[in-house]
Design a protein around this ligand. Structure first.
Ligand SMILES: Cc1cc2nc3c(=O)[nH]c(=O)nc-3n(C[C@H](O)[C@H](O)[C@H](O)COP(=O)(O)OP(=O)(O)OC[C@H]3O[C@@H](n4cnc5c(N)ncnc54)[C@H](O)[C@@H]3O)c2cc1C
Length: 383
């Protein structure tokens, strides 16, 4: 067992951090607050070949989730937490790489691998909530193709994506009543697709949307994976999404703890740096420990995924641990900054919403605990 990062990994980290730092948190906040999408940052990372490092080799990448997690963590550690990493290269890239046909991979993966195109992901619906078996967006066979109708909400970044990967219902299991799910790649300019923004209190460069599908016509080559059999492909995509959420959260923790340490070392109130007081240093030290534990589990999850092992347990645990660590880190960093913790200038309160979001999304803390209770501990299912 080897915990050392290779020279290539360290170079990947430092190069990504340098690029993202040249934009920095002020740029990120300014973009988020003025309706920007941080496209310059995305382009700079894409041109350097980093936004799709996990996508299979002929289509732009050659690495895996371990490396994509490094890219997302470093970008967030430089003050720019990007949700697009969770969606386009992680969920969509991995599902297409594993379940797309050769022709579909050739059509969509080069754009995702190079970062020149983005693919949003749409599973959440107002009435289904965390119960994905209950999605009501329905695809029906029509004229040799499909007609897609329904509503999704909280769909991140569909306004900057050329396509969206949609989880639809194509039937119902008569025994269980659960939906038989099928995946479709839908062009975002398809007739019948429209979206309206949802106003959220998060400083994020990806905007959120309610998306309406009103009889969107699709040919069968837009269907990814088997008809009615999307559960396996879906879970293979949701684990990368959890790993990337954890990576972004770990970057947020690093960002907050670096700021807290710098401030606690220089700010003097009673003639000594405030970091001298254990009331401040101990919670920061505890947050640093929690961060390292979360980073270890994130790496394990990514490694399991890259090695074709079951990554469900580790991905869920990493996401929960990273969310808890990031919320503690940001909160304690704000405490260390006193009143300045609330200022825009010090760039901490502006990170809190993103950390808080990732405690709920893409899978909530409670659904992770449900998973661990049943899968790890063998307890009876509560729902
Ligand atoms: C900013 C933002 C971006 C998002 N981006 C996307 C995106 O790009 N694509 C997409 O498809 N979705 C996206 N989402 C949706 C997100 O994934 C969901 O909000 C999340 O999965 C929770 O689902 P829900 O909101 O329906 O909550 P609900 O399922 O209604 O849950 C509400 C509460 O009940 C709890 N709960 C539910 N069931 C149980 C149970 N069995 N046991 C215990 N507790 C339970 C939950 O944990 C939660 O605390 C985004 C959301 C936000 C806010």
């Amino acid at each position: 067992m080897d915990f050392a990062e290779t020279d290539e990994h360290q170079l990947l980290r430092s190069t990504v951090f340098e690029i993202a730092s040249s934009f920095g948190h002020s740029y990120f906040v300014d973009q988020a607050r003025t309706g920007g999408k941080a496209l310059e940052l995305w382009s700079a990372l894409s041109e350097a070949g980093f936004t799709g490092v996990n996508v299979i080799e002929p289509y732009g990448g050659a690495m895996g989730m371990v490396e994509l997690a490094m890219v997302a963590e470093e970008t967030a550690a430089a003050g720019c937490p990007l949700l697009m990493f969770l969606v386009s290269p992680a969920i969509c890239g991995e599902i297409l790489a594993r379940h797309g046909t050769f022709e579909q991979q050739q059509r969509w993966l080069p754009g995702i691998g190079s970062g020149r195109q983005k693919m949003a992901f749409a599973i959440t619906e107002p009435d289904a909530g965390s119960n994905s078996h209950n999605v009501a967006t329905t695809a029906t066979r029509r004229d040799g193709g499909w007609s897609l109708s329904g509503t999704k909400y909280y769909i991140s970044g569909i306004d900057e994506a050329e396509h969206v990967l949609v989880v639809s219902r194509t039937g119902t299991d008569e025994r269980t009543g659960r939906g038989q799910l099928t995946l479709f790649v839908v062009p975002t300019d398809a007739p019948g697709l429209s979206f309206t923004p949802i106003d959220v209190q998060i400083v994020s460069t990806e905007k959120q949307f309610t998306v309406y599908f009103d009889g969107v016509e699709l040919s069968d080559d837009h269907r990814v994976g088997p008809e009615g059999g999307a559960l396996r492909p879906l879970f293979e995509g949701l684990n990368p999404e959890r790993i990337m959420s954890a990576a972004v959260l770990n970057g947020i923790s690093r960002y907050a703890l670096a700021k807290a340490s710098a401030y606690a070392t220089t700010r003097e109130v009673w003639g000594v740096p405030i970091g001298t007081h254990q009331g401040l240093s101990h919670p920061l030290a505890k947050a640093a420990i929690d961060l390292e534990l979360a980073r270890l589990m994130t790496t394990k999850a990514a490694w399991c995924f890259d090695h074709g092992l079951d990554a469900g347990e580790a991905s869920n645990m990493a996401k929960l641990a990273a969310a808890d660590a990031a919320l503690c880190s940001v909160d304690q960093a704000m405490q260390v900054h006193g009143g300045n913790g609330m200022s825009t200038e010090y760039g901490l309160a502006t990170m809190w919403g993103m950390a808080r979001l990732l405690k709920v999304a893409p899978v909530s803390r409670e659904m992770i605990l449900n998973y661990v209770a049943t899968h790890t501990l063998g307890l009876p299912r509560s729902y």
